[in-house]
Design a protein around this ligand. Structure first.
Ligand SMILES: [Zn+2]
Length: 230
């Protein structure tokens, strides 16, 4: 408080635009209605079901809890020994619609200004749309299919791709190998959507395809029993 009026001196770690800016403005307006506070230090307290929560990390993990409630991973049907465990968890979350796509957050009561896909801005952002049916994602899949020499059109969908039932399963390649590539592709697409949204990175298709190639090579080479892999 400066005399009778509020002065806000924030120190955020990033700059806000759009909706966040308006929410911050609303927050300041609401704080002003509190009137004057007594001398001394004030602090923030987030409350979630009666419990006091202090850090944004805990708030983030409570959003995660919202998304992850329920069943445990399917250990038998979702296994790929060529990849680290985090890929299996990613794929499981995707198949259960438990990635924080906008539509999923909205279903769980988290208010968002828009539910549209941040890449095409024309369809709702579901997990399936973001990773498979958005034309921005399709271009990545197209590059990956070309890299593997598959020329069977683009009817890759989440269920087929992540459960290892798509084109490559019938190609004569070891099934696990093509499935691993699909998992890494989905993972990289999702990761890059988040980089675009939260760090304003470019959506650069050749870069994402290259990332899939480098990461899948690194992961598979470490785990596979193929002795000469280039
Ligand atoms: Zn889209």
């Amino acid at each position: 408080m400066d005399g009778n009026s509020w002065v806000f001196l924030w120190s955020w770690s990033r700059t806000f635009t759009g909706r966040l800016n308006r929410e911050l403005q609303n927050l300041e307006d609401r704080i002003k209605t509190v009137g004057s506070l007594s001398e001394g230090e004030s602090k923030w307290i987030f409350k979630k079901s009666g419990k006091e929560i202090y850090s944004s990390k805990i708030v983030a993990s409570s959003i995660d809890d919202l998304l992850l409630e329920g069943n445990q991973p399917e250990p038998e049907t979702l296994r790929n020994n060529l990849l680290p465990q985090k890929l299996r968890i990613f794929v499981w979350r995707a198949l259960k619609n438990r990635l924080p796509a906008k539509v999923e957050l909205d279903k769980r009561g988290i208010h968002l200004e828009s539910l549209l896909c941040p890449l095409c801005n024309s369809e709702y952002e579901t997990v399936e749309h973001a990773i498979f049916s958005c034309h921005h994602a399709k271009m990545v899949w197209e590059g990956i299919l070309k890299w593997w020499g598959f020329n069977l059109g683009l009817n890759i969908g989440m269920n087929n791709a992540f459960r290892g039932l798509s084109v490559g399963a019938f190609s004569g390649f070891p099934k696990d190998l093509w499935q691993a590539i699909e998992w890494v592709t989905g993972y990289s697409i999702w990761k890059n959507i988040n980089l675009k949204v939260f760090s304003n990175d470019n959506w650069a298709i050749p870069k994402i395809i290259n990332e899939v190639q480098v990461k899948s090579f690194e992961w598979i080479k470490n785990r596979a029993k193929f002795h000469h892999m280039d």
